[in-house]
Design a protein around this ligand. Structure first.
Ligand SMILES: NC(=O)c1ccc[n+]([C@@H]2O[C@H](COP(=O)([O-])OP(=O)(O)OC[C@H]3O[C@@H](n4cnc5c(N)ncnc54)[C@H](OP(=O)(O)O)[C@@H]3O)[C@@H](O)[C@H]2O)c1
Length: 260
């Protein structure tokens, strides 16, 4: 009698799918990437899609994002969303649409990267350009992190990452990159603030250094030591995979090297 009730119970459990090994094993994780239409962001999309994660690939102009659109035809786990990181209303609207949905890894990849130019040199600073760098490279990631914090908090991985530049004095010893370098230094400082603020909620915050990746058509034969985009991104994925709570607030290079 007892045994037949147990068997009936087991059958019911199997019928309604509770404890289904497939359900447990195939729990899909989600990554949200900014600046996903080209360069390093696009490669993050490719590698996370390949891992079968749900990829929310955001970019300023989805209609013109041909390579990303083609990738989304290849992988049905890619969702493309319009997002300009200086548009705070748009960021809030997107976060509202994803309300209640976990985001395991939030990847603040979008960035303004240019130079050298005179407008970035002390003595000739272009203050409109100054605002542009800080709006995109500092306020942008901060606002995206604030807006999607509730999604990250309810996820399994609870990870927020942002891409920074250079070692030591931000790696580029040329004055014509000052706005770029100092905006990334401010981003680094904000990453540490975010890590402290949300540590108790179990959110892991990391700043990643992709190395020198030739995303602007530079000639590999004449460019200083560089790393291929696929190798750099694969390395950063490993850093993200192995990130511990104790490392929250720290910076790591693509190859796992800890950066002081
Ligand atoms: N490549 C390197 O060697 C290197 C080294 C150190 C750090 N990094 C950092 O790594 C990140 C990616 O670099 P990358 O080489 O792939 O750069 P990239 O090729 O210049 O791509 C930059 C991406 O950011 C997007 N973006 C710019 N402004 C935006 C805005 N307001 N809203 C939304 N998206 C915006 C761009 O979109 P659009 O196509 O619409 O402009 C593009 O998708 C950047 O943060 C960069 O600073 C790169």
């Amino acid at each position: 009698m007892k045994t037949s009730r147990m068997v009936a119970g087991l059958l019911l459990v199997l019928q309604i799918g509770i404890f289904s090994p497939a359900l447990l094993a195939d729990e899909q994780h989600t990554v949200l990437i900014t600046g996903a239409n080209r360069g390093i962001g696009l490669e993050f999309v490719r590698q996370y899609a390949e891992r079968d994660w749900k990829v929310i690939a955001t970019c300023r102009n989805p209609d013109a994002a041909d390579t990303l659109n083609n990738l989304a035809l290849e992988y049905d786990n890619i969702v493309i969303e319009q997002l300009d990181v200086i548009d705070h209303t748009g960021i809030d609207a997107l976060a509202e649409r994803y309300k209640g949905q976990p985001v395991d890894v939030l990847l603040n990849n979008a960035g303004l990267m240019r130079g050298p130019d005179r407008g970035q040199m002390v003595g000739t600073i272009d203050y409109e350009e100054f605002d542009r760098f800080y709006l995109i490279n500092v306020q942008g990631p901060l606002k995206v992190s604030e807006a999607f914090y509730p999604n990250v908090k309810i996820s399994e991985y609870k990870t927020m990452a942002a891409l920074t530049t250079g070692k030591g004095d931000k790696g580029i010893p040329i004055p014509g990159f000052s706005l770029y370098k100092t905006s990334k230094a401010a981003l680094d400082a904000w990453q540490k603030e975010i890590a402290i603020r949300w540590k108790r909620q179990g959110v892991r915050v990391v700043t990643l250094l992709p190395g020198r990746v030739l995303t602007h058509g530079e000639d590999p034969n004449t460019s200083m030591s560089h790393v291929s985009v696929d190798k750099s991104v694969a390395g950063m994925l490993q850093v993200l995979d192995n990130l511990t709570m104790e490392q929250s607030g720290q910076t790591f290079q693509w190859d796992g090297e800890f950066i002081e």
